[in-house]
Design a protein. Structure first.
Length: 613
């Protein structure tokens, strides 16, 4: 979950690394640090807190050099503090390491090293790596061999970057397991390494991703890749099309706000090239799907975490209703240990913005072990979830930086809708008329989302009225029930307000006891199959003095007369309604957090990519 950046070339590494870390701060923001090779020694600066503290420290006590590594941390072992911040230096000052992941055997390694006289300076597991490296160098007198020996001794999943003042012409980077990516960036006479693409996009778009079990020896002229055991690896080059400006905030106060507003664009891009409007057909070539495969599928299991899992819950409705394929949704951290019933006729479909979520990747591996077909819907280009799947739908949303996921929620809803049409078509369960209707309903979607965004000020007014609430209840039914979960998650993760979501029909089985005048109830009630049930739910809440905020179809006078506040959304096909009903809830959560003066893009205790268990 931590962010890593490294540079080797002719320029001063310090501003390049600081700039890269700034782009990665969403990955972790407990502490930050960097090391550069300066006048033949390794100089380290690090501090607890956000990157600006590190920047201030470097201003006070400057460092400069043409090679360096930096880190922004999400704490696992050891509290966020300067002594636990990376990089970690060996006791002789010759080696320095930054790390993302958990050294699972660190206690054993630490005891062994302590028995040999090493005195640890931090509480981190990472420090064992640098002491091991120092020890192995005394045996091998060669950084590459010492690095291999060290990496092979580590249990768990890691991204590691190392440097030594004894061999200043190189940086060694490695990836073991699924603790997050390591990407090597190729420049002219300069090279970059990072945990994630945005860190290096300002400098290069030509990259190579390390696979698990690979390492790279990076010099200013290139990189040589091998397995940890020393077998050479041919690099597979990718050119990243993401616009570096997409990773900037622009005119917006926060990335989250910008990303909410990008949804007209991201949904237009999601549809581009995937729909043959004339023939009313869907094209998803990257899935490698044909009639034979489609007919073989007996079950789809969607697996994901957090917001991505909520998208999967909507997907269940789409795949069952449109393609008539039994579909279940399993939280990835549960699926991986549940001994799930999947086989060669099951598709396990992972959804992930980062493509690096440890539980989701482990669920995919478990599915593969059991012989299932493994597909994914992923945003981060080149990520593990994209690479290990048999077929992948790439979200077309560009980098998502805000920790609270927004545009990477609505895009997979549309991807799942497209997938359902394609499967339904290939399996012969859709008439031409059905297909034409389903496809043509898509055409109004970006515009409908735009209309929701145009109502931001109306939502802001409600956020002002309710910003001091302590609790909130979110209710939905049917295909909008997952939107209640998603709305509640958005509110709790950035505003720290306790928010619970329920399928509205469950209220009478317990939660209605919570309702009083201090409990805002957000009821998602567009005019769909469940509309009347939602109306009666709203009546029940009002009868108990609750404050109702309804999400309703434009012009709905019945809801207007009942609810205290209304977030209006345009009428769309009910199968696409979640794409519009979620928009005001994203805006609502954003403004509440912002009005409470909270750090919207970097909420406490969270990180954007959860690459540890
Ligand atoms: O990168 P992923 O989509 O796999 O991430 C899954 C969750 O960690 C993520 O959606 C998380 O719940 C977000 N903070 C929600 O806004």
């Amino acid at each position: 979950m931590c962010g890593i950046v490294g540079y080797i070339g002719e320029k001063n590494a310090t501003p390049i690394i600081l700039g890269g870390l700034k782009k990665l701060e969403y990955r972790g923001y407990d502490s930050a640090g960097m090391a550069v090779l300066m006048d033949g020694r390794i100089e380290v600066r690090r501090d607890a807190g956000k990157l600006e503290k590190l920047a201030a420290l470097i201003k006070e006590s400057p460092i400069a050099g043409s090679a360096g590594i930096g880190h922004t941390r999400w704490a696992t072992h050891g509290i966020p503090s300067a002594r636990n911040a990376h990089p970690h230096l060996s006791k002789d000052g010759n080696f320095v390491v930054v790390h993302n992941g958990i050294v699972e055997n660190f206690l054993t390694l630490k005891e062994e090293l302590e028995a040999e006289g090493v005195v640890f300076q931090s509480d981190t597991d990472t420090e064992t790596i640098v002491h091991l490296l120092e020890k192995n160098y005394t045996l091998t007198h060669d950084l590459i061999s010492a690095a291999r020996k060290t990496l092979l001794a580590l249990k768990g999943a890691h991204g590691v970057v190392m440097m030594s003042r004894l061999e200043p012409d190189k940086i060694v980077a490695a990836r073991i397991g699924n603790a997050g990516g390591v990407v090597i960036g190729y420049g002219e006479g300069e090279m970059f390494v990072a945990s994630d693409i945005p860190a290096i996009l300002d400098h290069t778009r030509r990259v190579v991703f390390l696979e698990s079990g690979q390492m790279a020896v990076i010099t200013r002229d290139g990189a040589s890749l091998s397995t940890l055991t020393g077998l050479p690896v041919k690099p597979e080059f990718h050119v990243i099309s993401w616009d570096p400006v997409a990773a900037e905030k622009g005119e917006y106060r926060h990335f989250m706000q910008k990303e909410i507003h990008e949804q007209v664009r991201s949904l237009t891009d999601t549809l581009a090239g995937r729909v043959d409007w004339e023939d009313a057909r869907v094209l998803l070539p990257s899935l490698n799907l044909n009639r034979e495969i489609a007919e073989k599928i007996q079950k789809i299991t969607i697996t994901a975490c957090g917001t991505a899992a909520h998208a999967g819950m909507v997907g269940k409705f789409l795949l069952e209703h449109i393609a008539r394929i039994p579909t279940e949704v399993d939280i990835a951290s549960e699926f991986r240990y549940r001994d799930p019933l999947v086989n060669a006729n099951t598709v396990v479909l992972a959804i992930s913005q980062s493509g690096e979520t440890a539980d989701t990747l482990a669920a995919m591996e478990e599915a593969r072990r059991k012989g299932a077909m493994v597909w994914s819907i992923v945003n981060a280009i080149g990520s593990q979830a994209m690479r290990i799947a048999d077929g992948c739908i790439s979200m077309q949303v560009g980098p998502e930086i805000g920790v609270a996921s927004t545009k990477a929620f609505t895009a997979p809803l549309v991807d799942l809708y497209l997938l359902a049409i394609l499967l339904g078509d290939l399996r012969g369960v859709l008439t031409q008329r059905d297909r034409q209707k389903l496809v043509s309903d898509l055409s109004v979607l970006p515009d409908a989302v735009g209309r929701c965004l145009d109502r931001e000020n109306e939502v802001l007014a409600v956020a002002r009225a309710l910003k001091d609430t302590r609790d909130a209840l979110y209710l939905g039914r049917g295909i909008n029930m997952p939107i209640a979960y998603e709305g509640a998650l958005k509110l709790k993760e950035i505003s720290y307000i306790h928010a619970e979501a329920y399928p509205a029909g469950e209220m009478k089985h317990g939660p209605i006891a919570l309702v009083d005048k201090d409990m805002p109830v957000v009821a998602i009630a567009p005019q769909d199959l469940w509309y009347d049930k939602m109306i009666s739910q709203i009546e029940q809440v009002k009868a108990r003095g609750g404050v109702v905020v309804a999400v309703a179809t434009e012009g709905d006078q019945r809801v207007e007369s009942l609810a205290d506040h209304v977030f209006w959304v345009p009428r769309v096909n009910w199968l696409l309604a979640p794409v519009v009903t979620v928009i005001p809830l994203q805006i609502f959560a954003y403004h509440i957090a912002s009005l409470r003066g909270l750090d919207v893009d970097q909420p406490r205790n969270l990180a954007k990519s959860v690459t540890v268990e």
